[in-house]
Design a protein around this ligand. Structure first.
Ligand code: OXT
Ligand code: ADP
Ligand code: MG
Length: 576
């Protein structure tokens, strides 16, 4: 309860009082939001202190963007909004990138920022960290709210929670002006003003005729395919999805973060025959995946010439027909939609034609066999395949480890090489292909699940959030970071022939990222061969000690932009 000597309403001497600080904390706790990721400062330093004193776990980061990425992935992993707390203007803007990222990726997250005085901000009189944050947030977030009165804090938090998790999840902004925290009110009335959100993400049952339509289209298929996206992983309907895939006998293609929803070793997994299944399938059932750039918008060369019919399960009706016609839209939550399909399939479902499944399995086995020898090399300096071959074995032996992955070559090759065995064990750059998610995701994964975390990072990617190694050491988290150090963005070999400045894509050669971890009391290791890398990672994951392994990769081993070099615009003028 608040100190009664604070600014009190008339006649308040006799009453028990509360204030904005305490109401925010109580509102979060009442709704089970017991972890905050953030950076302290005016006007929210005391909010963090008090939250910690009241039993909320408050993790202080070195930069708000990383705290925001942590909150966003916490939302993905738990289906509860992850909370990020920032100071006004610049801190808010740092956190906003992550809230926008959460919205883009459909992760539930609440960005709470302190803000400056409305009266001064609105007259643009130059307040400390002045900014109309609500206006800025509106265009980047799924929803944005401001609370001006202590009595409305309960409503504000409840609205933010509902907006973040119901329907298609996303990033929500909650603006709390500095003055709000000190506002005092009667404690009993304050308690009554709080809301425990009931059924924050209600089941959305699909319409029976939509289910029938979907089953009719699926039955008509000769070469069916199921695509699982990260929405399917988020939904935590793991058993129902496995049952649907297995009952249907249809090959499935996991999108990057849906790997492991069913094991990559599952006999129906077509991950290693990606091009073929996209090109040759005739009916595609999409479960929690969008036909965006990652699926070539559902058209063009990679989808082949033959006509294709799409069935799409999504909670967001407006997703349908976003890029191509959806023959059978199935709007609802994935758990309910998959259960309805299973029900409608009855006890006799005809498996897809054997020529189709055999062709896919043949291609998959060919690709796997082609890759196998490349993964066995013990070259020094390492190439990507040798290094990732070692990490692939680590994950096979420790399938509960959560893999965080960013970079270009480091991302694209790890995605194909490292098999994932369990749901939600692969976290990566997501829909935007954003660098910088690494340390925030690693920290939240460790905090939210208690599992070991292996972060496989390009040296450029790591640099975006590298200072958080101090945070990892401070909270003593069981995170092993492997920096794939090839001395640059994509490669470390570019040369600028025109001046003494280095080329734009290269870094200091031979850098020792492992020393950064040692600086804060963690374990640093330099690994120059796949065998040494495997030994070091095993030791780190066994001990649980914060560890950074500087994995020396041949600077010439990567390719421009990894697997997406085709997206680079080309100049019609000759390169110098
Ligand atoms: O079927 P085919 O024959 O085609 O074969 C496919 C599969 O069937 C097969 N496969 C397998 N074979 C055998 N065995 C197994 N197990 C197996 N599994 C699969 O392999 C192939 C390929 O399969 P894949 O990967 O599934 O298929 P494909 O065709 O690649 O899929 C297409 C996509 C689009 C779905 C996929 O490529 C994808 O998900 N891509 C995501 C790419 C992405 O998001 N990239 C990150 C952004 S790149 C760039 O923007 C970077 N920046 C700029 C920047 C960014 N991003 N952000 C910010 C805030 N600022 C700037 C920067 C700075 S990257 C970057 C840093 C890079 O440098 P680093 O040092 O960090 O990293 P290095 O490159 O390592 O130096
Ligand atoms: P990926 O990148 O793996 O292809 P996307 O992020 O593009 O996945 O797509 C995820 C989709 O899942 C989004 O369209 C989102 O609306 C949907 N989604 C998220 N949660 C649910 C849910 N519980 N039920 C149904 N659809 C969901
Ligand atoms: Mg690199």
């Amino acid at each position: 309860m608040a100190d009664k000597s604070a600014t009190t309403p008339a006649g308040a001497d006799e009453q028990e009082l509360t204030d904005g600080f305490h109401l925010v904390i109580e509102a979060l706790k009442l709704n089970g939001l017991t972890t905050i990721y953030g950076v302290p400062g005016i006007p929210i330093t005391d909010l963090g202190r008090m939250a910690q004193a009241e039993g909320i776990r408050v993790l202080s980061f070195r930069h708000e963007q990383n705290a925001g990425y942590a909150a966003a992935i916490a939302g993905y992993l738990t289906k509860k909004p992850g909370v990020c707390l920032t100071v006004s203007a610049p801190g808010f803007l740092n956190g906003l990138t992550a809230a926008a990222h959460a919205t883009t990726n459909c992760y539930p997250m609440i960005l709470i920022s302190g803000s400056s005085e409305r009266e001064v901000v609105d007259l643009q009189q130059g307040d400390y960290e002045e900014m109309d944050q609500l206006a800025v947030a509106k265009s980047m977030c799924k929803a944005a709210f401001r609370v001006l009165h202590a009595a409305d804090i309960g409503i504000g938090v409840a609205r933010a929670i509902r907006a973040a998790v119901s329907g298609r999840p996303g990033g929500v902004y909650l603006d709390l002006p500095a003055k709000l925290f000190g506002q005092v009110m009667n404690a009993e009335a304050g308690k009554k003003s709080l809301i425990k959100v009931i059924d924050s993400a209600p089941a959305q049952i699909p319409a029976p005729d939509a289910v029938k339509r979907a089953l009719d289209v699926l039955k008509s298929a000769k070469r069916p395919l199921i695509i699982l996206g990260k929405g399917a992983a988020y939904a935590q309907a793991d058993d129902a999805i496995k049952a649907l895939v297995e009952k249907s006998g249809i090959p499935f293609l996991p999108m990057s973060m849906a790997k492991g929803l069913l094991s990559d070793m599952h006999p129906q997994c077509a991950g290693a025959a990606r091009s073929n299944v996209l090109r040759d399938s005739d009916v595609v059932l999409m479960i929690g995946a969008r036909l965006n750039w990652l699926l070539s918008h559902g058209k063009g060369k990679s989808w082949g010439e033959a006509p294709k019919k799409f069935i799409q399960i999504d909670i967001e009706p407006r997703e349908m027909d976003s890029n191509v016609e959806i023959a059978a839209p199935l709007v609802g939550d994935i758990g309910s939609c998959v259960a309805a399909l299973l029900d409608g399939m009855g006890s006799h479902w005809t498996a897809p034609p054997a020529e189709w499944t055999a062709a896919i399995n043949g291609k998959r086995d060919d690709n796997v066999a082609k890759m196998a020898p490349r993964l066995m090399n013990n070259n020094s300096p390492m190439d990507y395949h040798g290094a990732l071959g070692a990490l692939r074995t680590v994950i096979k032996e420790r399938p509960d480890t959560i893999l965080v992955n960013e970079g270009a070559n480091t991302l694209d090759l790890a995605r194909g090489i490292i098999d994932i065995y369990k749901p939600r064990k692969r976290l990566d750059v997501g829909t935007w292909g954003v660098m910088g998610i690494g340390m925030g995701q690693a920290i939240a994964a460790a905090v939210e699940t208690g599992n070991r975390v292996l972060a496989v990072e390009g040296d450029s990617a790591f640099g975006f959030s590298g200072m958080e190694v101090e945070t990892i050491c401070r909270y003593n988290l069981p995170i092993c970071i492997v920096v794939f150090n090839n001395g640059g963005i994509y490669r470390g070999t570019d040369v600028n022939a025109e001046s003494a400045d280095p080329a734009t894509t290269v870094f200091v050669p031979g850098a020792r990222y492992d020393k950064m971890m040692e600086a804060f009391g963690g374990v640093g290791v330099q690994a120059e061969s796949p065998d040494a890398l495997k030994r070091a990672v095993d030791e780190a994951l066994s001990s649980g000690k914060p560890t950074l392994i500087n994995a020396v990769i041949d600077p010439a081993a990567g390719s421009e932009s990894g697997r997406i070099g085709n997206l680079n615009p080309q100049s019609v003028l000759k390169k110098k």
